[in-house]
Design a binder for this molecule. Structure first.
Ligand code: FPP
Length: 251
């Protein structure tokens, strides 16, 4: 089944991006980078870039949902982001709180299941309550699974899984398979990452989903996150569809 996506409704009415549903990734991860630079280039405070980043995220979630992507994991705040100026950290925390107030209803209507992954227990009580309420409200939804990574670090997640492993008996530890070990991760019962995308021009994975992205296809785009559109994601998906994934084997 082919999905049609109009690249630019105004400029080129006939130009459609064709997406083959069978060649779409099951699980996309996005490092939403470049908010600060987007704002600074426009003479705005960095926080304006984060605000605009929420609009970009809303559009991408709607689009991913509409083309039946099953899992989308976005990096919103890393364990290292606490080192930013206090004002910016406070702004981001308020933004996440506001996001939960304003976006959950629409996501719920669109059958999106929302989860927050990371050391959520270190966030403010109010934010934790809102996260819990949003997760509970959407927990029976069967459309797009959206994971928002907040206070997330890939190494910390592996260490957390290892700490669960050592609580088991010696026999259980020795019998543990990779698939079973994956169940100790925030993304338990979700498929591995097929496509890891980073906006903003840098080419690194910055401690994101280190275990789950072992065989991910990588895609780096120059555009900063606030300018990233559905059309941009469609072209990344077209490129992904032409990749030859061998998982270490031969074709
Ligand atoms: C990286 O850009 C972005 C972040 C640290 C914050 C990501 C947050 C959003 C996209 C807001 C929307 C998210 C939710 C869940 C409401 P940067 O600040 O590092 O940009 P720079 O590299 O240009 O400095």
């Amino acid at each position: 089944m082919w999905k049609s996506f109009l690249r630019n409704k105004k400029a080129s009415e006939n130009e459609a991006v064709q997406l083959d549903e069978k060649r779409l990734p099951q699980h996309i991860a996005i490092i939403m980078d470049g908010n600060g630079r987007w704002a600074q280039k426009r003479g705005l405070p960095r926080t304006a870039g984060h605000k605009k980043g929420v609009d970009a995220l809303r559009n991408i979630v709607r689009y991913a949902s509409s083309i039946h992507i099953q899992y989308l994991t976005v990096y919103a705040f890393s364990t290292e982001n606490w080192k930013r100026p206090q004002d910016e950290v406070d702004f981001l925390m308020r933004l996440f709180s506001h996001y939960l107030d304003s976006e959950v209803e629409e996501m719920h209507k669109n059958n999106v299941r929302l989860r927050f992954i990371g050391a959520v227990e270190e966030l403010s009580h109010l934010l934790q309550q809102k996260i819990k309420a949003a997760e509970q409200k959407t927990c029976h939804n069967t459309g797009l699974n959206l994971n928002v990574a907040v206070n997330y670090g890939g190494r910390a997640e592996i260490l957390r899984a290892a700490k669960k492993l050592v609580l088991l008996s010696k026999e259980q530890q020795q019998a543990m398979s990779e698939a079973q070990f994956s169940e100790f991760f925030y993304t338990a019962s979700q498929p591995d990452i097929d496509l890891l995308l980073r906006t903003g021009g840098d080419e690194r994975i910055s401690n994101f989903l280190l275990w789950q992205a072992a065989y991910a296809e990588l895609s780096f785009v120059e555009k900063c996150w606030p300018s990233f559109t559905e059309e941009d994601l469609a072209s990344v998906l077209m490129d992904y569809a032409n990749r030859d994934r061998r998982f270490g084997g031969l074709k």
